[in-house]
Design a protein around this ligand. Structure first.
Ligand SMILES: Cc1cc2nc3c(=O)[nH]c(=O)nc-3n(C[C@H](O)[C@H](O)[C@H](O)COP(=O)(O)OP(=O)(O)OC[C@H]3O[C@@H](n4cnc5c(N)ncnc54)[C@H](O)[C@@H]3O)c2cc1C
Length: 398
């Protein structure tokens, strides 16, 4: 990676935001031969989240020469177990999926975001046509021929295409004139990592409770990450407990399947929402990651979709440049939006429905859920279809 040589240079692409989606997009574009700049502060990753990388995400990270650097830090997820832990009248059967049913060694791999980001940063450093501007964008202005970015420290740069990877409160999205529909879910996710006395056996277990799922996802060794979706007041109460009391509460929620738990340093609470922008690209600006979609952490879809955004965008821009097309043209943006629309909207809908039927006290909704889980448990072709579709879409929109 190089430092910028001249503030008047026009890049083929500028990525704004250096979270996991932005770094992946910047690496993929630069590796595809696109003269790219990444506008993002170099700061250590700030929370203890982990990501269950599913399906094609690992192949994509491998193609970016990122996975090779961090795979020893990841744990394979070879079994997924869903347990109805509600006290409702109609309860669903327990469902267990094994990756060998669909001929795979693992459904995916769980890794701490901070370690994945370190591997991405190291790869980004190596790329000659990726320039790093260690700053935030203060303004983003699109016109007919390019987009101008002014950073907080006063540097000005221009690009034919801007990739908005600047998260939930995206300045790029605003600059593109794209509105967003936001729905607060009245739920929060408490995240923490634990050591345990019994092995997890590479099985991820999701307990479905009346306030949302609580999932124990394997990490290397006798460690797991916990994403516990709760009412906001309960999440805040648990977050304030001392380590022993929190470990005990998590052990009770896990029905002691992992033995005695010890809490690792760091715990965070994330208020949950669903966000859908009206469109995924406009005015030379394409959105990726949470600038383009926010989902609750159910079924581990968020960053997996963000990585598919990055992969599709890099492919489309590379193909456009090969034909001499302008990478920020309407044709390129529309191609990107078409490629991503069905994946983003269908997954947002599916995750929302799964969450709603879990929270609902309405008996028909509970019956529907139980019937669905029964089919998943018993009917082979439906099981296999659900497993494959849960990993990544079987179709792509382009
Ligand atoms: C509890 C929880 C668990 C999750 N688990 C999973 C999982 O298992 N699997 C999965 O696939 N997904 C999961 N997700 C979703 C996943 O974490 C997100 O999709 C992902 O982190 C979003 O990455 P991003 O790069 O789009 O956004 P962010 O990580 O928010 O990055 C945006 C970056 O842009 C920067 N930025 C903002 N404005 C500017 C600006 N003006 N200029 C420059 N930079 C700017 C910010 O500082 C930030 O670094 C989970 C989410 C939660 C809340």
């Amino acid at each position: 990676m190089t430092e910028p040589s001249s503030t008047s240079q026009i890049y083929q692409a500028a990525v704004v935001g250096g979270g996991p989606a932005g770094l992946a997009a910047a690496i993929a574009l630069a590796q595809a031969g696109v003269a790219t700049t990444l506008v993002a502060c170099r700061v250590p990753y700030a929370d203890n989240r982990t990501t269950a990388l599913l399906g094609g995400s690992v192949d994509f990270l491998q193609s970016l020469d990122v996975w090779q650097r961090c795979s020893p830090d990841a744990a394979a997820l070879s079994t997924m177990r869903l347990v109805d832990d509600t006290r409702r009248l109609i309860r669903s059967p327990e469902v267990k999926f094994s990756s060998d049913e669909i001929g795979m060694e693992a459904f995916g791999y769980n890794i701490e975001n901070r370690l994945l980001m370190m591997a991405m940063e190291a790869r980004a450093e190596e790329l000659q046509n990726l320039t790093r501007i260690d700053d935030e964008a203060q303004s983003v202005t699109a016109d007919d021929t390019s987009v101008t970015i002014v950073t907080r420290q006063g540097q000005t740069l221009a690009a034919a295409l801007v990739v908005g990877a600047d998260g939930r409160h995206s300045l790029c999205r605003e600059a593109a004139g794209i509105g967003v529909k936001r729905r607060d879910l009245g739920q929060s996710a408490l995240t923490l990592n634990v050591n345990h006395t019994r092995p997890h056996g590479n099985c991820s277990t999701e307990f479905h409770t009346e306030s949302g799922p609580c999932v124990f996802v394997p990490l290397p060794g006798n460690r797991s990450s916990i994403v516990w979706v709760l009412r906001p007041d309960e999440a805040n109460r648990l977050q304030k407990l001392d380590d022993n009391a929190l470990a005990l509460a998590a052990e009770q929620q896990s029905h002691s399947i992992l033995g005695k738990l010890t809490v690792a340093p760091g715990r965070h609470v994330f208020p949950l929402a669903i966000e859908n922008p009206g469109v995924l690209a406009a005015k030379r600006i394409a959105l990726v990651g949470e600038a383009a979609h926010v989902l609750p952490p159910i079924g581990a879809q968020g960053l997996n979709m963000g990585l598919r955004d990055a992969a599709d965008l890099a492919d489309i821009v590379r193909e456009a440049l090969l034909t001499g097309a302008d990478p920020g043209s309407d044709a390129v943006l529309q191609r990107y939006a078409r490629a991503r629309r069905a994946d983003v909207f269908s997954r947002t809908f599916a995750v929302d429905m799964a969450n709603r039927t879990l929270l609902s006290d309405f008996l028909p909704a509970q019956s529907l859920r139980a019937a669905g889980m029964h089919l998943l448990d018993r009917v082979g072709p439906i099981r296999r279809l659900a497993m494959r579709e849960g990993l990544s879409p079987s179709w792509r929109g382009r």
